[in-house]
Write a protein that binds this ligand. Structure first.
Ligand code: UD1
Length: 419
């Protein structure tokens, strides 16, 4: 088992290039099932989750080639026939569920094992299924599987009780071949959904309004293959912005879209971090005295839950009291326990965490309890006295490309060891 060892205290400097968004690429790979042709994803992030979803496609007979050297993924779904995805893979990663929409659209059915993934709450799939049912699918759950069949999907109006990212993506993909028009109301507005719609539209789909709270899909008969370059990863960008702030350093984060980073930019600015916005880069200057802030996670364009843990690490190092309220997932404070091992002063009260900044965090042995929690512990380690040893780093590898080398490039004292 590998571990990451971080020695705190180094100032960071220089430029860091951000990779493409994992949360764009996962639905895009799933969506390539709809193409019935060859798709190429350029500049794809070479990550564990990306390999898993590619294997899920392989398990339903798609041809997928991961060209690591050129960061390219080639997917040919022209000859795929109906198949059930490997339950072992599906249980490994919740996002495997994104093949439900494409499978029902292309084959009129699917059978898939109930999901796995980060342990950050119960994460039901009722909204996905509600949407598919509204389009005419007959859905049943039993024996650890969810199954659906539909002779023909028919466009309909679907109102989501909550703007779920995955449900919006699944329903959008299911509706691509449905008869007539589908309207998703209260849809999630994340940039990754807009990116998926762009990919599908390039293949011949007719999707309007992606990126807003109302998406209209007009059914078409078939799609074709395409080449797509996904958007950059706003969460990876945010993580490195926090790295600049938590080490009280000045770093440049390159290859970003400022529009997608607005809530993170707003919070860091409120804390007193100076941000110089360039065309596709941000210079983060965390050298001034920082102030505590309150944060409430919300659906996009609100503050992203995927940045909550990293911000908690930062706030642990800022004098004064900050309150973090997590409204998206009910069990997403597991990193607080680990941060406390490092000397943090955090009190959890239901969905809120009260963080009292301490003079200095201390390096400790800690565990990455989920993907973003792992990133938060690296950040805390960078600002700690002594050495932090992080275990269960497979969570981190699910979502961050070459993380220790990226930090090393900025001057951090960090290494991966075989434990
Ligand atoms: C996606 C992201 C994940 C991010 C999350 C919220 C991907 C691959 N993952 O996950 O990184 O943390 O958005 O921004 O893009 N819910 C229901 N019923 C459903 C579906 C969701 O109650 O049918 C609830 C979930 O339990 C959770 C909330 O809605 O509390 C948000 O979930 P959702 O937006 O669906 O997240 P994911 O698509 O799983």
């Amino acid at each position: 088992m590998e571990k990451i060892v971080v020695k705190g205290g180094s100032k960071l400097s220089g430029k860091i290039k951000i990779s493409a968004a994992k949360n764009s690429v996962l639905p895009i790979i799933a969506g390539s099932i709809l193409s019935g042709g060859r798709c190429v994803i350029e500049n794809a992030p070479m990550l564990e989750d990306v390999f898993v979803i590619s294997d899920v496609l392989k398990s339903v007979s798609a041809e997928t080639v991961i060209d690591k050297e050129n960061s390219r993924i080639l997917i040919d779904t022209s000859n795929i026939s109906y198949g059930e995805p490997s339950s072992e893979l599906v249980r490994k990663m919740r996002a495997s569920f994104l093949i439900m929409g494409p499978m029902i659209a292309r084959f009129g059915r699917f059978k898939i094992s109930l999901p796995g993934g980060c342990n950050i709450g119960t994460r039901p799939i009722d909204l996905h299924l509600k949407g598919l049912t509204a389009l005419g699918a007959e859905v049943s759950i039993g024996h650890g599987y969810v199954e659906a069949v539909a002779n023909r999907l028919i466009g309909n109006k679907v109102y989501l009780d909550f703007p779920s990212v995955g449900a919006t993506e699944n329903i959008m993909m299911a509706a691509v071949f449905a008869d007539g028009e589908t309207i998703i109301e209260n849809s999630a507005e994340e940039p990754e959904i807009e990116d998926l719609a762009k990919f599908l539209n390039n293949m011949g789909a007719i999707i309007e309004g992606a990126g807003t709270d109302t998406i209209k899909i007009t059914g078409v008969k078939s799609l074709r293959g395409t080449v797509h370059k996904p958007i950059c990863d706003r969460i990876e960008a945010g993580t490195f912005m926090v790295a600049g702030a938590i080490t009280r350093s000045k770093v440049e984060v390159v290859g970003v879209n400022e529009e997608h980073l607005k809530p993170i930019i707003a919070k860091l600015t409120e804390m007193g971090v100076s941000l110089e916005l360039g065309e596709d880069s941000i210079i983060v200057d965390g050298t001034k005295i920082l102030k505590p802030v309150d944060i409430k996670t919300m659906p996009y364009p609100g503050f992203p839950t995927d940045m909550q843990a990293q911000m908690m690490s930062l706030l642990c190092t800022v004098k004064g009291t900050s309150v973090i309220t997590e409204t998206i997932f009910e069990n997403r404070f597991m990193h607080a326990q680990e941060l406390k091992r490092m000397g943090a002063n955090i009190k959890i009260d239901g969905r809120s965490a009260v963080v009292e900044g301490v003079d200095m965090l201390t390096g400790s042995e800690v565990k990455a309890t989920d993907l973003r929690a792992g990133a938060a512990l690296i950040l805390a380690g960078l600002a700690s006295e002594g050495e932090t040893v992080i275990s269960d780093i497979y969570h981190i590898d699910r979502g961050y490309v070459d993380i220790e080398n990226k930090f090393k490039g900025l001057g951090a004292d960090i290494k991966r060891i075989e434990a």
